[in-house]
Every structure is written in structure tokens, then in C-alpha cells.
Design a binder for this molecule. Structure first.
Ligand code: GLN
Length: 283
């Protein structure tokens, strides 16, 4: 990038060309907003507004990182989920809007007022914090195998003033015994040879949050088989999965003894999550 223009509009035009890809202008505006603290609408209202040389230099450095593919969320250090601003970093998955569909599904279940809820593999804490923000009486816990994710989720909860108990645990392995009303998770579910892994943001996200064996179902298999021991009778399990995994995941739920098994769709109307209910005890 040449060092010339210092007006917002000049910098944004130049950056849009350098960034390329699906949404270069939006990406450029988000990065410029991050550097200046100005809102995106102000770039339209005052296109001729100028940056000082230091700001322009910081902006250009971010634009160059974006041009080689670094996710906007990593460059901003933040991603919104369920209208909550969450800190993110490369230790875990960047929250995706489609995961909000699991939150909606959870909120529509017939759960007790003080439900005990567990978010497995919480990453930034996105699902757990969305639920805690909507249901202050729920007792929400979360775990992650990665210590940086535990720190990130804990920090996000503190910043948002939400009550969340976060522990380090590889799925259920390190948890004290539980009797949850709801277990919810966005586990890794991409097959290790999936071509999506060489495109877009996933190139900069850890494989521990994305890849699950040759069919992408290794972690979902483990969670469906172990979850019944951690749910009360009548408790629910909700898992995110790939858009072509609905039938296979339904079968895993059924094999593990879940009833009322159903698959729900994401914002693009593709299969995105499956839920099921642990059988009530025999009467
Ligand atoms: N939905 C993410 C993607 O397709 C993957 C998330 C995951 O593996 N849990 O990029």
C-alpha cells in the first residue's frame, strides 16, 4: 500500500483493493473503526476526515494482515455473539452466528427455572454466556480442554458481569459428577481431509476446535455416548454439527438412548444441530 492518502475515504478505497475477498469494504471499515474509535457511519458522513500518520500506519498494518487472510475477529480481538461483545484469540474458535440457533433452541425447551446447564468445549464462552444473559436463574457451567480458552471464557464472563463457572476439562473427563438439565456444545465436527480447512478464517483457527477424525464425528460420538451419565432423567442434549451430518448424528443420539430426537436448521436453512431428551426413569 502506498503511504499517500490520509483521508478516511482514500484509506478505505485503497484498503478495499488490497483486502479483496468477500467483504473487503466492510472489513476495511471495521479495521478503521478499530484503529480510530470512530463509528462506521462516521466514515460516510465525513469521508474527508483525516487520520494522523500513526493511525494510518496502524491501519495499513492491519489491512496487510487481513489481505493474507487473518480473520477480522482476530485483528479486532473481539467478536459479537448474541449481541454480547466477546474477546477472541487464536486459541479457540471464533463464534459464528449460526451457533445462535442452538441458543434459541435451548431457550425454547421446557426447563426448570433454576436449570443446571453445561456448555462443553465452551471456547470464548459464547453459548454459555448467551444462556446466562437470557436466564439469570440458570446455573450455567462451562468447560474447555484448553487452558487459554478457560481464561478467555472466564474473562468474558467477568467483563460482561455474568455468572459462569468455568473449568478445565477434556469433555466430561475432569468434571465433578453432574446431574444437568441441559448439556449443549459446539464441538469440532470437520473431517480431517475436508477442503474447507484450506479456505477462509478456519486456516487461522486451531484444529482442536475444528477437526474430529476421518468423518468429523469422533467428538460427537464421544459426547452422545457419555452425556447420558451426566444428565438427569428427562434432561436434554443439544449438539452443533455439519450441514450434512444430520442423519448420522440423529442415529448416534438414538443409539445412545435419547428420545424426541430432532434436527434444527441454521440461518441459511441448513441442518446445523440435533437435540434429544434422556428417557425418564421407569415409573
Ligand atoms: N461451523 C464452523 C465452520 O464450518 C466449524 C465449527 C466447528 O467445527 N465446531 O467453519
Amino acid at each position: 500500500m502506498s503511504n499517500e492518502p490520509l483521508s478516511c475515504e482514500g484509506l478505505l478505497r485503497q484498503a478495499t483493493e488490497v483486502i479483496g475477498g468477500h467483504s473487503p469494504r466492510l472489513d476495511a471499515e471495521l479495521l478503521l473503526g478499530h484503529v480510530t474509535g470512530w463509528s462506521r457511519t462516521s466514515f460516510r458522513a465525513w469521508p474527508e476526515r483525516t487520520l494522523d500518520a500513526g493511525e494510518a500506519q496502524r491501519f495499513r498494518a492491519l489491512v496487510e494482515q487481513r489481505a493474507v487472510g487473518h480473520p477480522v475477529a482476530h485483528l479486532l480481538g473481539e467478536q459479537e455473539f448474541w449481541s454480547l461483545p466477546l474477546k477472541v484469540n487464536p486459541s479457540t474458535l471464533i463464534p459464528r452466528p449460526d451457533t445462535e440457533c442452538l441458543v434459541e433452541a435451548a431457550l425454547s425447551l421446557p426447563l426448570p427455572r433454576d436449570a443446571r446447564v453445561l456448555d462443553l468445549g465452551t471456547g470464548t464462552g459464547a453459548i454459555a454466556l448467551a444462556l446466562a444473559s437470557e436466564r439469570p436463574d440458570w446455573r450455567v457451567s462451562a468447560c474447555d480442554a484448553i487452558s487459554e480458552a478457560v481464561e478467555l471464557a472466564t474473562g468474558n464472563a467477568e467483563r460482561l458481569g455474568l455468572r459462569l463457572d468455568v473449568r478445565q476439562s477434556n469433555w466430561f473427563a475432569g468434571l465433578p459428577s453432574g446431574c444437568f438439565d441441559l448439556i449443549i456444545s459446539n464441538p469440532p465436527y470437520i473431517a480431517d481431509d475436508d477442503h474447507h480447512l484450506i479456505e477462509g478464517d478456519v486456516r487461522f483457527e486451531p484444529s482442536s476446535a475444528l477437526i474430529a477424525g476421518s468423518d468429523g464425528l469422533d467428538d460427537i460420538r464421544r459426547i452422545t455416548s457419555e452425556a447420558p451419565s451426566w444428565l438427569r432423567a428427562g434432561g436434554w442434549l443439544i449438539l452443533e454439527h455439519g450441514y450434512e451430518q444430520g442423519a448420522a448424528v440423529q442415529q448416534l443420539f438414538t443409539e445412545a438412548g435419547f428420545a424426541s430426537v430432532e434436527t434444527g436448521q441454521d440461518y441459511g436453512r441448513r441442518d446445523r444441530f440435533t437435540l434429544g431428551r434422556k428417557h425418564h426413569a421407569e415409573r
